[in-house]
Each structure stands twice: as C-alpha cells, then as structure tokens.
Design a protein around this ligand. Sequence first.
Ligand SMILES: [Mg+2]
Length: 282
Amino acid sequence: MENSHHFQEVPNAKHNCLLFDVDDTLYPLSSGLSAQVAKNIEEYMVEKLGIEAAKVPELCYSLYKVYGTTMAGLRAIGYDFDYNDFHGFVHGRLQYDLLKPDPVLKGILQSLPIRKVVFTNADDGHAARVLHRLGLVDCFEKIISFDTLNSPNNVNPSDDKDGTESRPIFDFYEYICNPDSDMVLPKTPVICKPFEGAFEKVFKIADIDPRRTLFFDDSIRNLLTAKRLGLHTVAVGTSVRATGVDHALESIHNIKEAFPELWEADEKHGIAKYKVAIETVA
Ligand SMILES: [Mg+2]
C-alpha cells in the first residue's frame, strides 16, 4: 500500500511533503472529541493516580503547558504508569461516532500529488480509529504517533535499579503556586510535540526536509517550534494568523483555495490526472 504514496519528485516544487496533526486539525474542535479526552485525562489522574480532585484541573493544564502533554508532565513529576493503560483509559471510552466520514477531505488529500505524513501526540490506536471514522485511512504514507517516538513503559518503570523503591512525587502544585521559587523542574522521558527533539526524530523517520514541508496543526506552540526548525506552518481551525505562523486556515477543507500551487506543480508535469475545477460565470 505504501507504494501508492510515492510520488515522483517535481524538481522545482516548493513543497514535497505535507505533515498533518490529527486531533482538531483533520476534524474540527467543535466535534467535542477533544473535550472528552480532557475530561478522561482528569479522571485518570483522580482514579488511577490518586491525585486530589480539587488540584487536578490546574495541574492538568500546567503540566500540559510545561511538558507538552499532561501525560508527559505526570511522568516527569514521578508518576509511573503503563502508557497503554493511560491511553486505554483516556481514549477507550471516547464516542468516536462524533466524527463523521469526510469524503470531501478524502478527495482533497487523494488528489494532492505530494507525500502526506501524520504526526500526532496521540497513540497509534487513537490515530487509527480517528482516521477510520473520517474515512481517511488510505490517505497517508506514514502515521507517526506517540508509539513511534516512545518506547513502551510496561516493564517496571521505576528508575531504581532493583525496582523496589519508587521515586517521590515532585510537588508540581507547589511549583505552580510559587513559580518564582528556585525549584528545578524534573525532566520527562516522553518525546512529544511541541519540543524540537520530537520534530527532529520525525524528520529522520519520515525522511522529511523541513524547508520543503508544509505543516498543519491547530496548536500555535507546535507551529512555532516547527517554524523555528524551518517548516512552513499552517494554523488550522482559525482564520487569524498568529505572529510567527505562516498561514491560517479556518478549516482543513480550505487547502485547495489557500495553496493552489500544490496542484499546479503536478499539472505542469502531468504526473496525476487531477485538475483543479475552474468555475466559469455565464
Ligand atoms: Mg491537535
């Protein structure tokens, strides 16, 4: 199946790869799926990790801000849990039927004569279920997910040699309350957006030249890292172009209007049959 995604290189084309986030990028935030994810993460923190419910919303948000994802933050401050257990809890109860098949987007993606790669902080299972619901399973050459960038954490995750002692939990709540203190924040073992290391790994895995790649994501901080690394950046889900981001699309469906040149290069070289429809006014 991968061969069907290999496109002949167009020598002078500006872009030879399109890199897409999944959640709130390939489908709109208004679907409500991301709100369910956020709620489930909070429930995991209370039910599985025993964190005081009153502290959870603030902790959840601040860990996300500092560590890229709440899960990366929870691991940093000392909670040891199986990644699959976390993902199963957070994604396992999602109402995927909130997402509807999107044949318009499928048509757009399939007509683009450029390689397309997915880069998501979610796990393989979630990415697959979302793409399946949207009807976009065959539209991408590669799916790079949490599981691609991180080793499983299902052995004894403790840092201790004999696995009998566990690390004390770093008091992140105390840090939030006193952000100017001298506390040195612990590092996370998780590799994820928006950090440069995650992008650099993706470039290697998918053989991506950032200077010739358009990156679509709904998260401004992901886009800012991407921009620093040389990618051309497109904010999705907003018509307002934030400082430091190259383009903004209200909806991913607007790719064709915003970037007609992605098809033009192909037309000149006659590689694919697709023609941009030209409307004529009588
Ligand atoms: Mg997203």
